[in-house]
Design a protein around this ligand. Structure first.
Ligand SMILES: *Cc1c(COP(=O)(O)O)cnc(C)c1O
Length: 464
């Protein structure tokens, strides 16, 4: 009885969830995905992630597990580790890798707890200047990230006049703060890190250098931007951003450095994810992958150039990676309002703080990146078109702001509901969707409901 039910397909067992998934597929097809931390992983990765590898407990490491029955799990994890080192051209005599972390934030916490004592000092790029929560953000009154509860954190920041990291100030602060660990890595920084410079500061302070390449690891794997491995002691990365694998993370460490993550924070590894990651890492060493990452870079350059032509100001004046950070202040509007309009016209991007912002709730910028749409086959001219759609959305946001009855965000949202504005929004949304729909989706076969005569409908499988 139940074996039969357990083997029944999703559409039969749970039409409600199946329907939600179909809607999500359609959303990914019709929209312009510009969130720079997102990507579309391959069908082969998803097949591995959606496999029986999810069933097995395997606490420990290959060859040293708590439970039995792990011969194939060991093979998958060992292959994943080997491919991870190969993807980043690392010598297995010098580097090791842990492929078990569940995601980027816990992987960073695992590094801190493995290498530091409670309340040791950490320095990292300030969150409002492009850093990440998992590097220990706190405000005057509140420890926002748990990292800042268990460790003492001190930010370094951008030089607000240039939009580049202020390494001189970083060095001065480090002399006073004497950190045990310095993080080199960002979530909203369009420039390359000067790893050599941070290494020098670490050497002076006898601090550990952690490079968190979550956003840029795909670019590093393809060799289209400099690698942190020549300088860092430990390198963490998520696997689902530019790298284009399943959701997860990895920790690379120089051999000799304490590598204990289990049993510190890690219980049973997600073997389906590790197996999918092995597939993604195999793909990451192909010529197609290098070509893809070169296209990501070239699309980003074209996108930045077109935005500047449309009169937009970019933090740091441009980009050297996969993302742009637009400062909207010269346009007389903020990131929150523009984000609302973008969402209404099916463009996914996120509001972001820019240097000089006083409020993180109403930040002055928008962050956009090219990895996801490049996976769908967008090239330079397409990104010129995307910049054009973005400009139309900002102009519409300015118009709505002009019509709003008050200065609050909720007044803006109310003004968006007028029928004149609604029809402008739906026209732009239609144009955006028609454009996006021309491109293939990745990793899914869409079930398109096609109406036939006599009121019957069938599902056509079409691999778009
Ligand atoms: C995204 C990101 C992370 C965290 O990843 P999650 O998987 O969302 O926890 C950590 N560090 C940086 C720099 C990131 O951009």
């Amino acid at each position: 009885m139940w074996p039969k039910q357990l083997n029944a397909p999703l559409e039969v067992v749970d039409p409600e969830i199946a329907d939600i998934i179909e809607h999500e597929k359609a959303r990914q097809w019709k929209g312009l995905e510009l969130i720079p931390s997102e990507n579309f992983t391959s069908l082969s990765v998803m097949q591995a992630v959606g496999s029986v590898m999810t069933n097995k407990y395997s606490e420990g490491y290959p060859g040293a597990r708590y439970y039995g029955g792990n011969e194939y799990i060991d093979m998958a994890e060992t292959l994943c580790q080997k491919r991870a080192l190969e993807a980043f051209r690392l010598d297995p005599a010098k580097w090791g890798v842990n492929v078990q972390p569940l995601s980027g934030s816990p992987s960073n916490f695992q590094v801190y707890t493995a290498l530091l004592k409670a309340h040791d000092r950490i320095m990292a790029l300030d969150l409002p200047h492009g850093g990440h929560l998992s590097h220990g953000y706190q405000t005057d009154t509140k420890k926002i990230s748990a990292v800042s509860i268990f460790f003492e954190t001190m930010p370094y920041r951008l030089d607000e006049s240039t939009g580049y990291i202020d390494y001189d100030q970083l060095e001065k602060s480090a002399t006073l703060f004497r950190p045990k660990l310095i993080v080199a890595g960002a979530s909203a920084y369009a420039r390359l890190y000067d790893y050599a410079r941070i290494r020098k500061v670490c050497d002076k302070q006898k601090a550990i250098m952690l490079a968190d390449m979550a956003h840029i690891s795909g670019l590093v794997a393809a060799g289209v931007i400099p690698s942190p491995f020549d300088y860092a002691d430990v390198v963490t990365t998520t696997t689902h951003k530019s790298l284009r694998g399943p959701r997860g993370a990895m920790i690379f460490f120089r051999k000799g450095l304490k590598e204990a993550v289990f049993p510190g924070l890690q219980g049973g590894p997600h073997n389906h994810t590790i197996t999918g990651l092995a597939v993604a890492l195999k793909q990451a060493t192909t010529p197609e992958y290098k070509a893809y990452q070169e296209q990501v870079m070239s699309n980003s350059a074209k996108f930045a150039e077109t935005l500047v032509k449309h009169g937009y100001e970019l933090v740091s004046g441009g980009t050297e990676n996969h993302l742009v950070l637009v400062n909207l202040k010269n346009k007389g509007i903020d990131g929150s309002r523009v984000e609302k309009v973008l969402e209404a016209v099916h463009i996914a991007a996120n509001k972001n703080t820019v240097p000089g912002d006083v409020s993180a709730m109403v930040p002055g910028g928008i962050r956009m990146g090219t990895p996801a749409l490049t996976s769908r086959g967008f090239v330079e001219e397409d990104f010129a078109k995307v910049a054009y759609f973005f400009d139309l959305a900002v102009k519409l946001a300015l118009k709505i702001k002009g019509e709003a009855q008050g200065t609050k965000l909720k007044d803006f949202v109310a003004a968006m509901q007028s029928s004149a504005i609604q029809s402008e929004l739906s026209k732009l949304r239609h144009d955006v969707e028609e454009y996006a729909k021309q491109f293939p989706t990745i990793g899914n076969t869409m079930k398109m409901e096609v109406m036939l005569p006599y009121q019957t409908s069938i599902y056509l499988e079409c691999g778009l």
